[in-house]
Design a protein around this ligand. Structure first.
Ligand SMILES: Cc1cc2nc3c(=O)[nH]c(=O)nc-3n(C[C@H](O)[C@H](O)[C@H](O)COP(=O)(O)O)c2cc1C
Length: 197
């Protein structure tokens, strides 16, 4: 189970002051995410097998002026790192992206996040990894795992091709002339064709 604390979904809306305008006890930005984490972990402890893993995905920095900043993410990670979670997952569109503003402006987000988690919990990185070299560059940021979004849709055999040394066969770009190329369901193919990619 991955608890989805990222990308402007419900948990994110409690963490971000841009959304959380509450006046009650839930106005505290970390109360809701930590309550969800505790509830999920308790349920897993009670009902799941020992090897059942639970992660937490977070968005480190918001575009909104009063949204989440890296300073706040440092605080959140302090709380999350003390929980018996199996991994943390930083939601980024580019794993090498830099902090937009504030005290950490210009610093690579994933490196800050790694430093703050301090190897207490494995970290998953994601964002704009489309070929084997980019996967290596991403792992060289020091994250324990990388996740793939668009690339695994463009080429579902990405991992097998790397394992088999066929990195030159990896399909790294969307080809609008080849509806058969990516094995995408028609509606998703249309989304890519409309420029989602
Ligand atoms: C078709 C598609 C749908 C996505 N849907 C979601 C979503 O529902 N929730 C979410 O948090 N992220 C969603 N994402 C974002 C991905 O989880 C990922 O963070 C992002 O695409 C960056 O990784 P990538 O460069 O490997 O694609 C989606 C991405 C794609 C391509």
């Amino acid at each position: 189970v991955e608890i989805h604390g990222a990308n402007h979904y419900l948990i994110h809306q409690f963490v971000s002051r841009h959304y959380n305008r509450r006046q009650d006890e839930w106005s505290k930005p970390y109360k809701y995410p930590l309550a969800v984490v505790d509830e999920v972990l308790n349920t897993v402890r009670k009902f799941a097998d020992k090897d059942f893993i639970v992660g937490y995905r977070f968005s480190p920095e918001d575009p909104e002026e009063d949204g989440i900043k890296m300073e706040q993410t440092k605080e959140l990670l302090g709380y999350l790192s003390s929980k018996p979670l199996d991994y943390l997952h930083a939601s980024l569109m580019d794993i090498h992206s830099k902090t937009r503003e504030g005290k950490y402006e210009g610093k690579t987000r994933i490196e800050l996040i790694r430093e703050w988690i301090d190897d207490k919990i494995p970290l998953v990185g994601i964002g704009s990894i489309f070929n084997a070299d980019e996967a290596l560059d991403a792992l060289n940021t020091g994250v324990q795992f990388i996740a793939l979004g668009r690339e695994i849709l463009l080429d579902a055999e990405f991992i097998e091709k790397i394992k088999e040394g066929r990195t030159e066969d990896i399909i790294s770009y969307f080809d609008p002339t080849r509806e058969d190329n990516h094995n995408l369901p028609p509606n998703l193919w249309k989304q890519f064709d409309n420029g989602f990619y």
